[in-house]
Design a binder for this molecule. Sequence first.
Ligand SMILES: *Cc1c(COP(=O)(O)O)cnc(C)c1O
Length: 383
Amino acid sequence: MKIPYGKHDISTSDVEAVIQVLTSSKITQGDTVPLFEQEICSVVGAREGVAVNSATSAIHLAILALDLQPGEFVWTTPITFAATANCVLHCGGKIDFVDIDPSTFNMCSKALEVKLINAKKTNNSPKIVIPVHMAGQSADMKEIYNLSKKYGFKVIEDASHAIGASINDEKIGSCKYSDITVFSFHPVKIITTGEGGIAVTNSADLARKMRMLRSHGITKLQKDFEFSENGGWYYEMQSLGFNFRMTDIQAALGLSQLSRLTDFIKKRNILAQRYDKFLDQNNIILPHVRAGMKSAFHLYIIKLKNVTDKANLFSELTSSGFGVNVHYIPVHTHPFYRKLGFGFGDFPKSEDYYARAITLPLYPQLTFEEQDLVINRINGFFK
Ligand SMILES: *Cc1c(COP(=O)(O)O)cnc(C)c1O
């Protein structure tokens, strides 16, 4: 018996949707990507969507669209996938981190304010802050938004874990508290396109910039031309862009997956509640969802009260075929980031979280019977 920590859920209608595009005249740059963008927008409540080949690309484009200049600061949290921080460096920015709130594993808005006050004194204020909705629960977006107005920075939500989540009935992706929100469609995430991501925004200007950069900085829209058109073949390359395009094959899969989003979130929440109910809490701390938050439960993360239990429990679970994982090794402790001057001790709450955290299996197809095996194994470990 082998149970992974996360797994995609592909239905026969997903397969049929992909085949339909594969046997049509356009497998990329057709109508399915724009359709997928519209559908995501209507589900999450944003005006514009720019679908790309990964969430990493979406974060990259979002940073460029917000006009980060070389040497300007972007802040995120150490408890994220390295991609969030890497994009900043690819754009020529400087990276720094804000420690987490141990109860939600999200960027702590109080620590953010303290850091902003200090940064203002030394003229090192960030141009952009990227909160991450860790495990599927929104960060303190209202507080972060208020700070963005007070201290003058832009906000990108890394919602790679959080499509289908909400904060006070406001859907993640509505961009009520941010400039741009990014979702990932990697197979372990809530819905998948194989590889893929999207940046959503309510700003037509930001969407236009990201759309151009997605495809080499080229525009084919006459209204956007800088020079007068001289024929039907004409297009302009106006900025130095990339090929970050999503294919129509991927978008077809995404559209079909999106129709089951509510079902996926429901199943994930039911399984999370079963972990809450049956895991013995003597030695572990269960994840906490705050009042007013609806988590997408991309991940179910427990923390061990005793740090010395982590390695033993982890190896016992993996050797028994249970796919546990750790999200994440704090970004600032990776060798590459240490060479930039970061190190252990810089963000103690993130480091303490890392010393205790284990991600348990959670995905829509996980059965109660399989989940009970995981639960019994963990409870048995402490007996
Ligand atoms: C998965 C993930 C990414 C990167 O997503 P890709 O689609 O794989 O590029 C970025 N940030 C977070 C928090 C993620 O979980």
